[in-house]
Design a protein around this ligand. Structure first.
Ligand SMILES: *Cc1c(COP(=O)(O)O)cnc(C)c1O
Ligand SMILES: [Zn+2]
Length: 410
């Protein structure tokens, strides 16, 4: 038995609840589905102090994950990542507390590992054999790794201009790869077609309910690591939005469990790229959905998402939390990446660099104040993106990051 009770429509369209013991994807209205647990019972039976000494992975919160007591999860040690204090940035930006939630150390180097560990576990338990995903890179790598561990087959669909390391890493885990000209939504179209023709299990972002469950553990961890308090701001690089929506869901669960006070909430900030900013534009023009962004362009593959099916949920979280949305340039992302590296020793993907760029922008407008507590989400590591460091070589000064060669004597 797990504590999972049913699935509900995230848009609250009025459809009856869905049975979680069979494969489910979207609501009849086309919206994502959310998993609901028996939090009422858990609020009496499950205590924070039971977490002490548990496994250092996201599965330490298994009471609120979709897995039976007797099952073993498909796990590679994902989650329970460090929440790092960043003293140099605090001094530079004159902000009391800045933490970086460092997701770069997850299996396959990004926070996508969280979602895929949980989704692959659930897919396996529901009897799936072949799992399919369209991806900008990291989700494909994570699916490939977890499918390998589960003994299942991964079919991944990637934009054809994807950086080499993402393809090689999929090959490393034995996934079948299809390259599609265009962006992730084009890869998504081809994946959807082949998925329904072949009856594969679709693990696209928000098109099955359990990747979100893995992502939500980010907020369980931040709350636990801050001893059941929350920061003033959570700054998150937003593509499909599972991170933000998942964390919002987690905070609501934590309040229903009685582990966090009811009124408490951080302000959520969505960061997107200047040339692919559907959420930023919709937020500032007070729309409740985000129209597809034409000609989406950015070096941050995880942010090159012109349209997501969870757009209305992301916008709701930003508004209900009194947060905001910020667009940053590719150049600022790379500077942010380098600054996290040079000043804090953190390996950041451009998406992680983007959160620092957004923090600087909000600080300079004095929206973020001196006494605030900020958490930046470094959603992935730098290794698969190192070629980007040569795009703006002047950012690497002669003082640091210098390379010398001493030739061997004749
Ligand atoms: C996928 C991805 C994102 C965007 O994540 P969502 O939660 O789906 O918005 C951000 N950063 C990296 C490194 C990613 O791989
Ligand atoms: Zn619905």
């Amino acid at each position: 038995m797990s504590n999972l009770r049913h699935l509900i429509c995230a848009a609250q369209c009025g459809a009856p609840t869905f049975n979680p013991n069979v494969e489910q994807h979207l609501c009849v209205c086309g919206s994502p589905l959310f998993a609901e647990y028996d939090l009422e019972t858990l609020s009496h039976t499950w205590q924070k102090k039971s977490l002490a000494g548990r496994i250092s992975s996201l599965w330490r919160y298994r009471e609120v994950l979709p897995i039976d007591e007797k099952q073993e999860p498909v796990s590679l040690g994902e989650g329970f990542t460090p929440l790092l204090r960043s003293p140099h940035l605090e001094r530079e930006l004159d902000i009391r507390t800045i933490h970086v939630k460092d997701e770069s150390i997850n299996p396959t180097n990004s926070f996508k590992a969280r979602g895929l560990s949980v989704a692959v576990t659930r897919a396996r338990d529901l009897g799936a054999r072949i799992l399919s995903v369209p991806s900008a890179g990291n989700a494909a790598n994570a699916l490939a790794a977890y499918a390998a561990q589960a003994g299942l087959l991964a079919e991944v669909f990637l934009p054809s201009d994807i950086k080499k390391p993402f393809i090689k890493e999929c090959e490393l885990y034995g996934a079948n790869i299809t390259l599609v000209d265009g962006v992730i939504t084009d890869a998504g179209r081809e994946a959807a077609r082949l998925c329904s023709e072949n009856d594969w299990y679709d693990v696209s972002t928000l098109k099955e309910p359990y990747r979100l469950e893995g992502k939500k553990t980010l907020a369980y961890e931040v709350a636990e690591q801050l001893h059941w308090t929350l920061p003033d701001w959570m700054i998150y690089p937003t593509g499909g939005g599972t991170g933000i929506v998942g964390m919002w869901k987690a905070l609501s669960e934590l309040k229903n469990l009685g582990w966090l006070p009811k009124g408490l909430s951080p302000k959520f900030v969505s960061v997107q790229a200047e040339n692919c900013a559907p959420i930023v534009k919709a937020f500032h023009s007070k729309k409740t959905i985000a129209p597809s962004w034409p000609n989406a362009r950015t070096i941050a593959d995880g942010l090159r998402v012109p349209k997501g099916i969870g757009d209305f949920l992301i916008l709701k979280v930003l508004r209900e939390s009194n947060g905001t949305a910020v667009a940053v340039s590719d150049e600022e992302m790379i500077s942010g990446m380098l600054e996290l590296g040079v000043r804090e020793g953190i390996s950041a993907a451009p998406e992680g660099g983007a959160t620092l760029a957004a923090l600087k922008s909000l600080r300079s407008q004095n929206m973020i104040k001196k006494d605030d507590h900020v958490v930046l989400f470094n959603t992935g590591g730098a290794l698969k993106y190192l070629e980007l460091l040569s795009v703006y070589p002047d950012r690497l000064t002669n003082k640091t990051g210098r390379t010398s060669l001493i030739k061997s004597p004749e």
